[in-house]
Write a protein that binds this ligand. Structure first.
Ligand code: ADP
Ligand code: ZN
Ligand code: ZN
Length: 794
């Protein structure tokens, strides 16, 4: 056993009452000096779960960094790094003892025939059964009392075991022909003859299930032949291929444009230099970034290094995965969250074994066991979905950059709208800045036009969902045989106030974010600093009484459009349909083939698609996103519009983008319609500097949760006191406690504290100190979660 234990393998250990899965992260001949561990208290390993370690040294190192940086338990990060199905869970099993077997043999029990006896017989037949399965097979709803009696009599015993391998390589039983039939084979049935003939005709091997069908026989005919030694049974490993049945496009070898070629050459040089190099590739939508990514990955393969490409949401880009599969064939593993456990495990195994050297995946693929990584591509680097919004809270882009650094690889951050942080780094010279300023074939960027909904409101005297301008445009687009996307900018959040006359939302005087409306006591609250004011009855800006909450969902929008345009084929994509992966992909593929005229959806429709016949994109209400109580609201809106504009006019037809807003003077909208990134950046970075937001400060966000409101408040206050104490040097600014934007969720009251500091290191020291004292004072740390570098402040 000791011989086989290797760093990176999983083991079973029992620390508490129940054994758990643990990971070997180091092997030491003896305890290090200076550790607080006591030799005699060290537990033995109960079981080694892996012969080949699933965790590579690179992944171990990366996860260790993630755990440390994001202040998360290392084990939790390791679990997140492995494919879901591989993580063994522990189950309780019951087994018959020798004494139990004796009793069964002697059949002396007075209770023979009773349910207890049947239970013992069942165990006698099977030896050991998982307890839940045992209870079910006894036809019982809960663990029967007599089981405890059997245990007390020493007839059965309970133990823990791992239930790992629900996800393992999928196998199928197959047979091969090992000799032909001879005269000595008496009484060969017609069915058996057909089996032998079918096998001879198909390279002498076949899965049993196929053979049954092909030879039109029952399995017993095959069994008989196995017994006679004519055929032999064996198992074949099957690969579950997520794109197994998909039609692949041709892998076109496009001739790169001069701009693409220049960028490609620079990246190629960096890859060849075998050194860490971060690159920001700022290319407008439709500038051909994907082609550059493909070349970069090929360049890595050419010098025998691996490649990784991260995308925000792969279920959204079925076309991209097919395109890459067409390019890289079996060398690419597709690795993302909506795969079945089996598919995921198989793709992961191909990387681990080195059979695949390229991975395409979402967030968690940053931990993929790619060998000898040469390049990491992070497409749409600004996308918020790179952030895991549950523990462990890590950011895949930032983790990817660190991974590239540790493995001396090149990391390419690609985007049409760099995050403020990344562009800031590029300007500071920390990232090499590469640009693709024009669309392929000099296609013009779609013009974005703002439609002032205040005017629409004024002329119609009532709120309208659609302006006449947008409706007319939809009609004309359809008449030309072209397609439309209608987008709703909504995150299921409407508790803020907007004025229909002037378009203003009401902001916190301290924090530069929207105040949140709390209906129950009719007040407006800042969820950063807890500033409060009564909800006004008229707009403080223009004194209009037309204050409203943002509302319509995609379904209503679809309904309105159906009524208005009965002849239009309309499809819808939103959060509800997203959970049904195939339907979702199907809708997108149908739209791509032109079988749908108009697609309605939320912001996810803005990402990455390449539909050549779309010439109109309408954004129904951009204001909902603009008024979110989040300091990134303006940045997100700018990104959204730029991306949306990128969806229109990608083919040979020019595109048009119409954006309905009550706030047409907002700087994010004005710069976005001109596609003026630099203009937006200059203005936004000033706000960030003035109000103290990233990239000028580091942020940390504490969330306190408790079922009891008063308890939640007192825990939060207690935490604040400890933070104050630890912050005696005033290295940090501490805001709150304030109610979280979702002040109550799943029965928990939620209160947050926000920390800002110019020194990440000092902030971390304050946090560690405060949490230590907080716990030592007898507080339960489990009601507090900590997010380092929070992305969504929602
Ligand atoms: P981006 O990712 O920058 O938005 P894409 O990579 O999707 O852009 O490219 C936009 C379109 O241009 C795609 O249809 C792509 O096939 C096409 N394309 C890219 N590079 C070339 C090229 N060198 N020659 C011709 N077409 C190209
Ligand atoms: Zn107003
Ligand atoms: Zn505030």
């Amino acid at each position: 056993m000791r011989m086989a234990a290797r760093v990176g393998s999983r083991v079973m250990v029992q620390l508490g009452p129940k054994p758990t899965v643990a990971y070997i992260v180091d092997l030491l001949p003896r305890l290090r000096t200076g550790t607080s561990l006591v030799e005699s208290e060290i537990k033995d390993i109960q079981e080694l779960l892996d012969v080949d370690p699933p965790l590579t040294p690179e992944v171990l190192e990366l996860t260790r960094w993630v755990a440390d940086y994001y202040s998360a338990p290392w084990g939790e990060v390791l679990r997140a790094a492995l494919p879901a199905g591989i993580n063994a869970s522990v189950e309780q099993a019951i087994a018959i003892t020798d004494q139990g077997r004796e009793l069964l043999k002697s059949q002396l029990s007075v209770e023979t025939g009773g349910v207890k006896w049947r239970g013992l017989q069942l165990l006698g037949n099977e030896g050991e059964i998982e307890i839940g399965a045992f209870v079910t097979r006894m036809g019982s709803a809960r663990i029967p009392k007599w089981l405890r009696e059997l245990e007390n009599d020493g007839l059965v015993s309970r133990s823990y075991r791992t239930r790992s391998l629900q996800t393992r390589a999928k196998r199928r039983r197959a047979v091969r022909l090992i000799r032909s039939l001879t005269d000595e084979d008496a009484r060969v049935s017609k069915a058996q003859l057909r089996v032998v003939e079918t096998l001879s005709a198909s390279q002498e091997e076949m899965p049993i299930a196929d053979l049954v069908r092909a030879a039109d026989v029952s399995e017993s005919a095959i069994r008989t032949l196995i017994k006679r030694g004519v055929v032999q049974e064996f198992e074949v490993e099957l690969r579950r291929d997520p794109l197994g049945t998909a039609e692949l496009p041709d892998a076109e070898d496009l001739k790169l444009t001069d701009a693409q070629e220049a960028v490609r050459r620079k990246i190629d040089l960096k890859i060849r230099s075998n050194q860490f190099a971060p690159v920001l590739l700022h290319g407008v939508t439709g500038s051909g970034k994907t082609e550059v990514y493909i070349r970069a990955m090929r360049a890595a393969l050419a010098i025998n290094r691996g490649a990784m490409m991260l995308v925000p949401e792969i279920a959204l880009t079925p076309i991209l995965s097919r395109r890459l599969r067409a390019h890289f064939g079996d060398e690419i593993a597709i690795f993302h969250s909506s795969l079945s456990k089996g598919e995921r495990f198989d793709e992961w195994s191909r990387l681990r074994s080195g059979a695949a050297r390229v991975v395409l995946g979402t967030r968690s693929a940053v931990f993929a066991p790619v060998k000898n990584l040469g390049v990491i591509i992070i497409d749409e680097e600004q996308d918020a979905s790179y952030r895991q919004e549950e523990s462990p809270f890590y950011h895949a882009r930032d983790s990817g950059i660190v991974r590239a650094q540790k493995e001396s690889a090149v990391v390419v951050l690609g985007t049409a709208t760099p995050s403020l942080e990344s562009f800031h780094n590029a300007q500071a010279g920390k990232y090499e800045y590469l640009r693709l300023p024009d669309r392929i074939a000099n296609r013009p960027l779609a013009r974005a036009e703002l439609i002032d909904m205040r005017e629409v409101f004024k002329s119609r005297k009532k709120p309208a969902v659609f302006s006449d301008e947008l409706l007319t445009a939809i009609e004309q687009t359809h008449a030309r045989g072209e397609q439309t996307i209608i987008l709703l900018n909504r995150r299921g959040y409407s508790s803020f106030i907007l004025c229909r006359s002037c378009g203003e939302s009401i902001e916190c005087p301290n924090c530069d974010v929207t105040l949140t409306y709390h209906r129950s006591d009719s007040i407006l609250v800042c969820h950063y600093c807890n500033y409060r004011q009564r909800s006004p009855s008229q707009c403080p800006n223009c004194t209009s009484k037309y204050i409203y909450y943002v509302g319509e969902g995609t379904e209503q929008i679809e309904e309105i459009l159906r009524r208005r345009f009965p002849s239009l084929r309309i499809g819808r994509i939103d959060r509800d349909t997203k959970s049904r992966r195939h339907e979702f992909e199907q809708t997108l593929l149908d739209f791509g083939r032109g079988e749908i005229d108009l697609l309605v959806g939320t912001q996810m429709l803005a990402k990455g698609h390449d539909f050549h016949n779309v010439t109109l994109v309408g954004v129904v209400s951009v204001d909902a996103g603009l008024a979110l109580p989040d300091f990134r609201a303006a940045e997100r809106t700018f990104q959204l519009i730029t991306q949306v504009a990128g969806r229109a006019g990608r083919g040979n037809l020019p595109g048009r983008v119409l954006i309905q807003t009550y706030h047409p003077d907002h700087y994010a909208l004005k710069h976005a319609t001109k596609q003026d990134y630099q203009g937006f950046y200059d203005e936004e970075i000033r706000h960030r500097r003035n109000h103290g937001y990233p990239p000028f400060v580091a942020l940390a966000l504490f969330l306190v949760r408790n079922k009891d409101a008063a308890r939640a408040r007192s825990i939060a206050q207690e935490l604040r006191n400890h933070l104050n104490q630890a912050n005696r040097d005033h290295a940090c600014r501490i805001l709150g406690p304030a109610p979280a934007p979702f002040a109550r969720l799943r029965g928990d009251y939620r209160i947050q504290l926000l920390m800002k500091s110019r020194s990440r290191k000092q902030m971390r020291a304050v946090i560690d100190q405060a949490l230590k004292n907080f716990e030592e004072a007898g507080n339960d740390a489990r009601s507090v979660t900590l997010e380092i570098d929070p992305v969504s402040m929602m």
